[in-house]
Design a protein around this ligand. Structure first.
Ligand SMILES: *Cc1c(COP(=O)(O)O)cnc(C)c1O
Length: 438
């Protein structure tokens, strides 16, 4: 077995990734080439141990510094029945953003009380479903939603969090900023007072606390600290003004994952250390009771655990310009490069230890010029039939997948201790046609 340091890129692959005796990339003790043969490509494979370790890392690093911290997984990063079950086994809560995610979680047996519902444009039906099922919290995003909720709740008492937009820049891609002032998410500062007054005055609402979410893929903890400053100062102000007691504070998700060898995010421990230090210091200074804390990681829990396997097809070399290596997937299963300019690493799964020789572009098979998986990467000489493994494919790929070009969305496999289990079969023509009348 090759040591990790002989193949630097293995560092961004799942924790159990290694080169096996056959010289192939193995994950969770399973040979990825054998999996590609059995299930076909594109195939999404997940290292179950990696996901569980990340769940535990969040739980441990936060609770050892701040007992009772609730870790609430954000399933929009990766939604699957097997994932809901895993998350429940690990004792995490869920932070859903739609009625669909809520219904999917409930249908997978997830406890309603441990589900919290965020989202900027919830419908009446979505709120009704949440109330009927008795979920943990509605994270109220805006004034119209607040007023609608008060009407819908009737004589029920509903636990809510108010989502404040603290107006802080997380220094991530434009599309990954949610807590800047110019954002569709959260109550703008100008609405904070009205929201608090309205919510506190409503007999059928219990304002359990406050919520913010600054963005996604953060490599710095400063934006969390600045947001804490804003929100805690406000909590102290409304404590004085209305005697409001903040029982729970959610600081959202956004913890950055490692996608490339060189860009290494701070470990969870560093985020936890800095956040808890600021939270406790400010609460002391402001004479606030320390609230119960909730965090909502999505990306960081699954990003590195997931690898996408593709078969290399046409290779087009345009002398002096570029070499396009097209694979049998693309934007239909992973739209992150065109959408966010995301950068991911890859290995040739059937010879991961081979020397890199040529810079190429990994393109997909969809009819869009922007259908690119990796803009530029140095890889060994490739030939049709090679299996390309793209790391960092666990978050925001499968849930954003589409049937563009009538593609069948890929199968998904979980691996652990040398065993692979299919957690979602590949789509078929039946899946594509069954909603259309003859
Ligand atoms: C998307 C989202 C998260 C998760 O963000 P990650 O970057 O995946 O950790 C958490 N909370 C809310 C409200 C979200 O919308």
């Amino acid at each position: 077995m090759a040591a990790k340091n002989s193949i630097p890129r293995l560092a961004v692959f799942p924790q159990t990734a290694e080169v096996n005796k056959k010289g192939n990339l193995a994950i969770g003790g399973c040979d990825t080439i054998a999996l590609a043969e059995e299930y076909g490509t594109p195939l999404y494979v997940f290292d179950e141990a990696d996901i569980r370790n990340r769940c535990r890392e969040f739980k441990e690093e936060f609770t050892k510094r701040y007992p009772g911290t609730i870790v609430s997984y954000s399933p929009k990063a990766f939604t699957a029945r097997a994932m809901f079950k895993l998350v429940a086994e690990e004792g995490l809560d869920l932070d859903v953003v739609s009625g669909g995610e809520l219904a999917f979680a409930l249908a997978s047996g997830f406890a309603a009380k441990k589900i919290h519902f965020a989202g900027n444009n919830k419908s009446g039906e979505e709120l009704e479903l949440a109330l009927r099922e008795g979920i943990g919290h509605i994270v109220v995003d805006n004034l119209p939603e607040l007023n609608m909720l008060i009407k819908i709740a009737g004589r029920k008492k509903v636990d809510i969090l108010l989502r404040l937009n603290p107006g802080i820049d997380p220094h991530t891609h434009q599309y990954n900023k949610t807590g800047i002032a110019d954002s569709k998410f959260g109550l703008p500062k100008a609405d904070w007072d009205e929201a608090v007054q309205t919510a506190l005055a409503a007999d059928n609402l219990n304002v359990d606390g406050l919520h913010f979410h600054v963005g996604s893929g953060l490599f710095e903890y400063e934006p969390y600290l600045k947001s804490l400053d804003e929100v805690l100062a406000y909590a102290a102000a409304i404590r004085q003004k209305y005697g409001f007691r903040m029982n729970l504070l959610s600081i959202g998700g956004g913890f950055g994952a490692q996608y490339t060898v060189d860009a290494v995010p701070p470990p969870v421990a560093s985020f936890a250390g800095a956040i808890i230090e600021r939270l406790t210091t400010r609460c002391r200074e402001l004479k606030l009771e320390t609230p119960k804390l909730m965090i909502e990681p999505g990306r960081k829990i699954v990003a590195q655990a997931g690898v996408a396997l593709y078969t290399v097809g046409v290779i087009k070399n345009i002398p002096g310009i570029r070499t396009y290596v097209s694979v049998d997937g693309g934007m239909g299963d992973n739209i992150r490069q065109p959408m966010y300019g995301a950068v991911q690493e890859a290995l040739v799964a059937n010879r991961p230890a081979a020397k890199d020789t040529r810079t190429v572009t990994i393109s997909g098979k969809y009819c869009e010029a922007g259908d690119v998986l990796i803009k530029e990467i140095k890889l060994p000489e490739l030939k049709a039939g090679d299996i390309l493994a793209i790391a960092g494919s666990g978050a925001y790929c499968v849930p954003m997948s589409s049937n563009y070009n009538a593609a069948f969305r890929p199968a998904i496999v979980f691996m652990k201790d040398g065993r692979a289990r299919l957690i979602r079969r590949r789509e078929t023509l039946e899946d594509l046609t069954r909603r259309d009348p003859d």
